[in-house]
Design a protein around this ligand. Structure first.
Ligand SMILES: [Zn+2]
Length: 74
């Protein structure tokens, strides 16, 4: 797995939607690539924050995910 693939699958990884094989590859990449590891830590923290807020507001999962994607594409 390279950095681009890692970034592409990061959300699915955080949502635990990857196949076990992809998840293993992504985790291996995070271990050996410090920039991606930091990226992951940041996204994980941010996701936790957004989830807590969205849960409080009762946002449906699809909407929540769209908001996240839009935020990070900017
Ligand atoms: Zn990387």
């Amino acid at each position: 797995m390279n950095c681009r693939e890692c970034a592409e699958h990061l959300y699915e990884y955080l949502d635990r939607e990857l196949t076990p094989e992809l998840e293993r590859e992504l985790r291996a990449h995070l271990d050996e690539c410090p920039p991606c590891g930091e990226h992951h830590d940041f996204e994980a923290l941010f996701l936790k924050f957004v989830r807590a807020r969205c849960r409080a507001q009762g946002a449906p999962p699809e909407l929540r995910r769209r908001i996240l994607r839009e935020l990070f594409e900017e």
